[in-house]
Ligand binder design. Structure first.
Ligand code: MG
Length: 151
C-alpha cells in the first residue's frame, strides 16, 4: 500500500542531459567551481522520457520535489532551466551553502529530512548516480535509476 504523495526527482543526468566527463573538472571534486558548471549546463537538453513521466505524475496529483546536489547559492539557474523546460515542481531542494565538500548522497540524505519536515511524503525517487541511488534505497525509498551512474 502506497501512502506517499510525493516523487523526488534529481536534475543532472535525470532531467537534464549530463556528461560526467565534461563537467568533472568543475563539480566532481571537493573544490567546486559552480560558475563554469552553470554556464555549461544552461543549455543542457531535457531528457524527454523523464520529463514526460514527471508531467504524467503531476497530472495524477503527485507532488514533484526536485532534489539536487546543485548549490542553493545558484538556485535561480536551476529554476530558470526547469521553467524553460516546463518541468512542474512543488518544491526545489538544493545543496546547502557551505556543503560543497559533502558527498552528493549525504547532501541528499540531509535534504530528505527537510523535505519530510516540510510535510512531503515521498515514496519514489528518480535519480542516476550509483552512490546516490544506493543511499535512497538504504533510506527505505524505492529509487528508479534512469541512466548508468558509476561516476
Ligand atoms: Mg544526477
Amino acid at each position: 500500500m502506497n501512502t506517499g504523495d510525493t516523487v523526488i526527482v534529481d536534475v543532472d543526468g535525470t532531467l537534464a542531459q549530463f556528461d560526467p566527463a565534461a563537467v568533472n573538472q568543475w563539480v566532481l571534486k571537493s573544490e567546486k567551481q559552480w560558475d563554469p558548471f552553470f554556464e555549461f549546463m544552461r543549455d543542457a537538453a531535457v531528457i524527454q522520457p523523464v520529463s514526460s513521466l514527471v508531467k504524467m505524475l503531476k497530472a495524477q496529483e503527485q507532488k514533484i520535489v526536485i532534489c539536487s546536489g546543485r548549490p542553493d547559492s545558484h538556485r535561480r539557474h536551476t529554476l530558470e532551466w526547469l521553467d524553460r523546460h516546463e518541468i512542474p515542481y512543488d518544491g526545489v531542494y538544493l545543496r546547502a551553502v557551505g556543503d560543497d565538500q559533502v558527498d552528493d548522497e549525504a547532501v541528499k540524505q540531509k535534504l530528505l529530512e527537510q523535505i519530510r519536515a516540510d510535510g512531503f511524503s515521498p515514496w519514489l525517487v528518480l535519480d542516476d548516480r550509483d552512490a546516490v541511488v544506493a543511499r535512497w534505497r538504504e533510506l527505505g525509498l524505492t529509487c528508479l535509476q534512469c541512466a548508468p551512474g558509476g561516476f
